[in-house]
Design a protein around this ligand. Structure first.
Ligand SMILES: Nc1nc2c(c(=O)[nH]1)N[C@H]1C(S)=C(S)[C@@H](COP(=O)(O)OP(=O)(O)OC[C@H]3O[C@@H](n4cnc5c(=O)[nH]c(N)nc54)[C@H](O)[C@@H]3O)O[C@H]1N2
Ligand SMILES: Nc1nc2c(c(=O)[nH]1)N[C@H]1C(S)=C(S)[C@@H](COP(=O)(O)OP(=O)(O)OC[C@H]3O[C@@H](n4cnc5c(=O)[nH]c(N)nc54)[C@H](O)[C@@H]3O)O[C@H]1N2
Ligand code: SF4
Ligand SMILES: [Mo]
Length: 911
């Protein structure tokens, strides 16, 4: 029904869901002659009502066959599917026979569809009999899951997006919503405009773009959130701001929780001092929170990615329970999910401590129930009886040789796990590594014995669940390229070869979804302990109904056939006695300790325009422009203290590894702390993987790593020269310049940009360039005195490469040169201007601020200087900020900066 018509020249539109963040926006895709040519927000979709952010609106630019995996590979050789599947089945079998079921493991991802996830869980836990199936959600949501389970008895997000709009107070804790959940942020911003009484508080050690709408910003000391919320609980008690009736009727554990909070946070001044906050500002927050009923606390990785993340979640939930602030419109503790289907994975049981369908191993009767459900006429599954290894432990078990076969799907542990060097060593020694992946170029593939080409977004068909429990369809609109196949299909084919065909006889994802829906409702009745996750109301959909499925929030049952927007409205929780639990919290600091050798706190996280390891977003060159190179954000005082300067290169070292990138001196950063992005891999730069700096400490309850709290030293990277090389696509493969001490590759349209630097003096640049590049320079201009050079090579009328030796600050705007790489015949005028790198008078527009309309910083600054001193005026002149709106905070800060420059104060001096 949604299949693109390949033959006729037709244009049609189809509804699907964005594959990036947990907001789960509906996307309307335009298909022309079998190609997906445009996307826009689906106006009917309740997550976004027509909006899309920069990443979502560039989706169609990330498609295409180039760089996609097309054929399976076994031991480095391309093979047909039958050979590959046979190899998977026989190698898994021989390892199980020799070492036992538990020698086999899977590592999955919140980017799989629910149907893929369900099949993987059933195959590994049910039929391969191994509990070792975990997922990258361990790095992301694990603490939030345990927090909810401890408090509510189930992993259940109580809120809806509408609650954010209906709240009187919204508290963002460790969430940069403006960049990471941009459409939800826009919804919040609109709601705040409509309700002038609404207040927003941002709690984050960094001043982020989300502060644009903050009435109060608390730039707390990293890791001190539990103390801050313990302080809130004891303040509420001291000021008589508790909801005694709610506590009495619907909760347990309050006295213990309060005693623990009081012991830790006996007075406001000491809490403020421990969190490094102004006591008055802290009390303002406490007062606002305590005096409002309609409060949503939205929390994310600044809370979860901690060795005490679970406790931080419960410290937050405690305050909501104590004030009766949940189960109401505009109220609740809201863990926002990161990946498009982090929730779907949690629903099927994709974490190693879960069994299936919100049942754990210790849930009474669960193993028997799932066994009976998965039993077929001739097959009885052999379920493990206890939880398996959580991600970090799993790689330790591989290191020890206990786990000998690992199947990785839709994630890149060689980059995203902490202590990445150790993970790589474990992968290198693992006898069997199977990788299901869509693209040819990832750091992980080097470790794969068997590579399986998977279909990707726009090809895959199934469901995802967003942060508000809303299940939406991702639709298969295009055929996968080459021989790429759907993840569920690949696993079912392996299952058949292992003799489990009968239990994996699905012919379409709708059949898998139906089984998943039935399991959620199977014996899900009050007397055996009701499970909150119940979508039995969606069981029995035929293919057409499944294809037409409209977005719906679980639970979906006979009683709630249209889904459920808000949970716990009746004050009944999923615990044994129906009461919610307050948990006593004793705050703990980060495990990665600062020392004289590593005095700086390392914070890691996301940037606006990139998605994780950039396998998709870097395919849209315009998304590379906002932050083109890996960077280190440093407070001006620290820059001075450690001898690093803005836009120069520097190196961070931790006990686990090293990271080289360009410094951004930023007032938004606290003193003593640095921030680096998580996105760069060895595909894009020499040495700037944040995972290499983070040590593998985890939360004892959730197993989530402490990715936000590294300990590092900072020093300048000494350089004798810096260079920029633009190279046509044809010359980009061999890159001998990667020998340099620093390199970063930046994909552009029709060429690749390389930023290079080294500590070794180069005496003859023309000779060096001749050694690096097959085409000799045809034009150059050298200033031997200061080591500057510009050179280019033109062959058969086409530009082959362009080079500049000198600091990148001297670069012309690269848009003009980018266009020249796409000229099939350079004009004489263009040839003459090549070394200048621009047309006469063509201004360099600077780093891209507005990705939607490609508006650069310099153009914006010059418009501000011309008198356009409001976001609206800038939008009217340059169109920046008028589409998705994500750049508005940056526009505002540029306006502020210009204002500050006009009236210089000693504080605004930035190196
Ligand atoms: N553009 C973009 N959007 C994304 C993603 C992406 O890759 N790119 N990934 C998606 C995924 S999977 C996820 S999980 C989400 C994550 O979304 P977020 O959690 O918003 O993302 P992060 O940037 O990792 O971290 C959030 C903030 O936590 C702050 N923080 C650090 N330490 C502390 C602390 O001790 N206390 C507090 N209160 N805050 C602290 C950081 O300064 C940072 O601003 O984003 C999703 N959206
Ligand atoms: N230092 C630090 N580390 C972090 C974090 C942090 O904030 N700081 N954040 C953590 C968090 S929250 C997360 S979610 C992780 C994310 O980290 P990863 O999961 O490792 O990152 P991705 O780039 O999303 O990896 C997904 C891979 O799957 C491929 N892929 C995409 N779709 C499909 C598909 O349908 N099928 C298959 N088979 N493959 C597919 C993509 O090409 C890509 O290679 O990183 C974690 N690591
Ligand atoms: S907000 Fe998230 S789901 Fe929506 S378009 Fe952007 S990346 Fe996609
Ligand atoms: Mo995540």
């Amino acid at each position: 029904m949604y299949q693109a018509d390949e033959s006729a020249s037709t244009t049609c539109q189809a509804q699907t869901t964005c594959p990036y963040c947990g907001v789960g926006c509906g996307v309307t895709a335009t298909l022309e002659n079998g190609a997906l040519t445009a996307v826009e927000g689906d106006r009917q979709h309740p997550a976004n009502y027509g909006r899309l952010c920069v990443k979502g609106s560039a989706l169609h630019e990330t498609l295409g066959q180039q760089g996609r995996l097309m054929r399976p590979r076994v031991d480095g050789t391309e093979v047909d599917w039958d050979t590959a599947l046979e190899a998977v089945a026989s190698r898994l079998t021989s390892i199980r026979q020799a070492q036992g079921n538990e020698a086999v493991a899977a590592y999955l991802s919140g980017q799989l569809l629910t149907e893929d996830y369900y099949v993987a869980n059933k195959l590994f836990k049910g039929f391969l009999g191994t509990p070792h199936l975990d997922t990258n959600s361990r790095l992301c949501m694990a603490s939030a899951v345990v927090g909810y389970k401890r408090a509510f008895g189930a992993d259940a997000v109580p809120c809806s997006y509408e609650d954010l709009e209906e709240a009187e107070l919204v508290v963002l804790v460790g969430s940069n919503l403006a960049w990471n959940h941009p459409v939800l942020y826009q919804r919040l911003k609109v709601a705040k405009t409509r309700n002038p009484l609404m207040r927003v508080v941002v709690i984050d050690p960094r001043v982020t773009d989300s502060c644009e709408i903050a009435d109060l910003y608390l730039g707390l000391k990293p890791g001190s959130d539990a103390r801050l919320f313990n302080g809130l609980l004891s303040w509420m008690a001291a000021k008589g701001k508790l909801d005694r009736v709610y506590l009495e009727r619907h909760t347990q554990g309050f006295d213990e929780a309060l005693a623990a909070a009081r012991e830790d946070a006996f007075d406001l001044e000491s809490v403020a001092a421990d969190c490094d906050l102004d006591a008055e500002a802290l009390e303002t927050f406490y007062y606002w929170f305590a005096s409002q009923l309609h409060v949503v606390t939205l929390y994310s990785q600044g809370v979860n990615q901690s060795s005490s993340g679970t406790d931080k979640c419960n410290a937050i939930i405690n305050c909501h329970l104590a004030g009766g602030k949940l189960g109401l419109p505009g109220a609740g503790p809201f863990s926002i999910t990161g990946q498009p289907n982090a929730m779907g994975g949690r629903e099927v049981g994709g974490l190693a401590n879960q069994l299936a369908a919100h049942m754990d191993y210790h849930t009474p009767g669960a193993i028997d129930l799932v066994t009976r459900f998965w039993t077929t006429d001739r097959l009885v599954p052999t379920l493990p009886d206890a939880p398996g290894h959580k991600a970090v432990e799993l790689f330790e078990a591989i290191e020890r040789g206990e786990v000998q076969a690992l199947w990785v799907m839709a994630t890149n542990p060689a980059v995203s796990l902490p202590d990445a060097a150790r993970v790589r060593a474990a992968l290198a020694k693992c006898p069997l590594v199977i990788v299901s992946e869509c693209v040819t170029d990832t750091d992980l593939l080097a470790y794969a014995d068997i590579v399986l080409p998977a279909s990707s977004w726009s090809e895959k068909d199934g469901t995802v669940t967003n942060s508000e429990r809303r299940i939406s369809r991702q639709r298969g609109l295009l055929p996968p390229p080459g021989e790429a196949r759907h993840d569920w299909w690949i696993m079912c084919e392996v299952a058949k070869r292992l003799g489990y065909g009968e239990a994996f006889a699905y012919t379409h994802p709708s059949e898998i979804f139906d089984e998943h829906a039935r399991l959620s409702g199977f014996e899900n009745v009050a007397d055996t302990g009701r499970r909150l996750f119940d979508i039995s109301g969606l069981a029995g959909l035929d293919r057409a109904a499944y294809d037409a499925l409209a977005p719906i929030q679980w639970p979906v049952t006979a009683q709630a056939p249209h889904g459920t927007a808000r949970l716990f409205e009746d004050g009944q929780f999923a615990t044994d006695n129906g009461l919610a639990r307050l948990v006593p919290i004793t705050p703990r600091g980060p495990e990665q300790r600062l020392s004289a050798a590593r005095p700086l706190r390392l914070n890691t996280g996301r940037i606006r325009d990139q998605w994780h390891t950039m396998t998709r977003t870097a395919r849209a060159p315009r998304l590379m422009n906002h932050r083109a190179e890996p960077f280190i954000e440093v407070h001006p005082d620290d820059a001075l203290a450690y001898g690093v300067a803005d836009q120069r290169l520097a190196v961070l070292t931790s006990e686990a590894g090293e990271y080289r990138a360009r410094v951004r001196v930023a007032n938004a950063q606290r003193r003593g702390e640095v921030f680096v992005p998580m996105h760069w891999t060895d595909r894009f730069t020499k040495q700037a993987r944040s995972g290499a700096l983070i040590s593998g400490y985890t939360d004892p309850l959730s197993g989530q790593p402490e990715s936000k709290h590294g300990a590092v030293a900072l020093a300048p990277l000494s350089t004798a020269w810096e260079a920029t090389l633009l190279v046509s696509e044809a010359l980009s493969d061999a890159a001998p310049w990667c020998e340099s001490d620093y390199w970063a590759r930046i994909p552009m349209r029709g060429c690749q940009r390389w930023q290079l630097a080294s500590g070794q003096v180069e005496h003859d640049w023309l000779e060096r360039l001749a050694a690096w590049l097959p085409e000799a320079a045809t034009l150059w201009c050298e200033d031997a005195g200061d080591g500057r050079l510009r050179a280019a090579a033109v062959k058969d009328g086409r530009l082959c490469w362009w080079a500049m030796i000198g600091p990148p600050a001297e670069l012309p705007g690269l848009a003009w040169l980018e266009q020249r790489f796409n000229d099939s015949e350079l004009s004489d005028t263009h040839r003459r201007r090549l070394l200048a790198g621009c047309d006469d008078g063509a201004a360099d527009s600077g780093a891209t601020i507005c990705s939607c309309h490609q508006v650069g910083q310099k153009a914006i600054v010059s418009a501000i200087r011309d008198g356009d001193t409001s976001v609206e005026a800038l939008g009217a002149r340059l169109a920046c900020g008028t589409q998705c709106g994500s750049c508005i905070p940056e526009l505002k800060s540029l306006i502020e900066e210009e204002r500050a420059h006009a009236k210089p104060t000693p504080d605004t001096q930035v190196a």
